[in-house]
Design a protein around this ligand. Structure first.
Ligand code: SF4
Ligand code: SF4
Length: 161
């Protein structure tokens, strides 16, 4: 499916998620499905949680035991292929990369999209981080219902937000 449409199948998406018990703490979810010569996710992680072998084309592997969910790899990935997710009381807290302006604001209810670019629900923005060292990629913190755990990936760009 991903070869034809660019959209990963449900099985492929679920294969990169850890058990829900693991997601009680924030963990990086790496959606890097293609073999490409790239490794900033690995080199930027201060906890040595992401491994890319000597052959830089091999897809990154994450050690969920080491990942603290800090989000540093999220804004260092040039492919915007990483989010951080955590399950809490029937909700998912997500940190996602965002490179558009204007940025959303804390408390704003935004349209949440799936990997096919369809709006699936609303999410509440809880924090927006953008510092000089983040190379113009903001880290958007958002909360959505848990039922969208495997579906939600980004937010709709709203001009004139
Ligand atoms: S979220 Fe932080 S600890 Fe986890 S893999 Fe990314 S950089 Fe490493
Ligand atoms: S930095 Fe992003 S695109 Fe590059 S290998 Fe890591 S996850 Fe894939």
């Amino acid at each position: 499916m991903i070869e034809k449409t660019g959209v990963p199948s449900k099985d492929l998406i679920e294969s990169i998620f850890p058990d829900k018990v693991v997601l009680k703490k924030p963990k990086a979810i790496i959606e890097c499905y293609k073999e490409i010569p790239c490794n900033p996710c690995s080199t930027s992680c201060p906890f040595d949680a992401i491994h890319v072998p000597e052959d830089i084309n091999v897809r990154p592997e994450i050690d969920f035991d080491k990942c603290t969910g800090c989000g540093i790899c999220v804004y260092n990935c040039p492919g915007l292929a990483i989010t951080v997710m955590q399950l809490q009381n029937g909700k998912v807290s997500i940190k996602l990369p965002y490179e558009f302006t204007p940025l959303p604001t804390v408390g704003e209810m935004v349209n949440v999209m799936n990997r096919a670019g369809e709006v699936i629900t609303k999410g509440e923005i809880t924090k927006v981080q953008l510092t000089d060292k983040m190379n113009k990629t903001a880290l958007i913190h958002m909360v959505i219902d848990e039922i969208y755990l495997h579906e939600a990936i980004t937010i709709e760009v709203k001009h004139g937000r």
